[in-house]
Write a protein that binds this ligand. Sequence first.
Ligand SMILES: Nc1ncnc2c1ncn2[C@@H]1O[C@H](COP(=O)(O)OP(=O)(O)O)[C@@H](O)[C@H]1O
Ligand SMILES: [Mg+2]
Length: 255
Amino acid sequence: MVLDAQALTRLFPGGIRAVDAVSFGVAEGELLALVGESGCGKTTTLKMINRLLEPSSGTVRFKGEDIAGLDPVQLRRRMGWVMQGDGLFPHFTVAENIAVTPRLAGWSEADTRARVPALLELVQLDPAQFRNRYPAELSGGQRQRVGLARALAAEPPLLLMDEPFGALDPLTRDSLREDVQALRERLGFAAILVTHDMAEALLLADAIAVMRAGRIIQIGTPAELLNAPADPYVETLLATPRLEAERVAALSRQS
Ligand SMILES: Nc1ncnc2c1ncn2[C@@H]1O[C@H](COP(=O)(O)OP(=O)(O)O)[C@@H](O)[C@H]1O
Ligand SMILES: [Mg+2]
């Protein structure tokens, strides 16, 4: 297991149980999707994994070590993080944005500089064309690609992604999803993908944890969810992608 979360709970003032006794594991190279509607506790869960937030109770083990005993800054350097929104520094160029991660991980200036073009190529951006641009001079999809390059810069064993494709048009989203899958095959990192989009989870994930009101109500492979939804709410989330797939199939039979 790269990551093992046990009975994670996070309370907020006013009696809010944002995350309530959530347990899950992520194996080497596996992609786990946390799926659920807005406010169900996905981001809060993710932030407890890299200690941007401390749990009220429960434990997280990263590569066998209880993260409560690790330095939070050191820990974050060992996990890639693709934020909700692009999270790029607006006054840094693309190259400077990407260099932030290897620099934090303690790489030399020479190694860091040498790594930037390779990282840009990894996410399908031509270094000559893009390295000196500012985030405002990029499309949404290009910004997400830079965010992905930055998250992967220090070769983390685990990548945390919070709705990374949420704000993109469908074609850009598809091509970025494909690139993430290709990068996983090539680099072998494990990932946790937070999304409200069940279709996305079905397409990308090895395992899906369905969250509702702070709890995980089912965890399983896409096939397990589709064949044996454990709860009417899981059925509801599956209904939209199912119906869309059936309608498209019906249309293509007609034509
Ligand atoms: N810092 C905070 N203080 C109080 N309540 C919070 C805070 N952060 C999140 N919450 C609440 O916790 C719940 C889960 O939020 P969040 O994890 O951001 O959901 P999601 O990412 O699934 O949309 C929501 O009800 C939200 O309002
Ligand atoms: Mg969120």
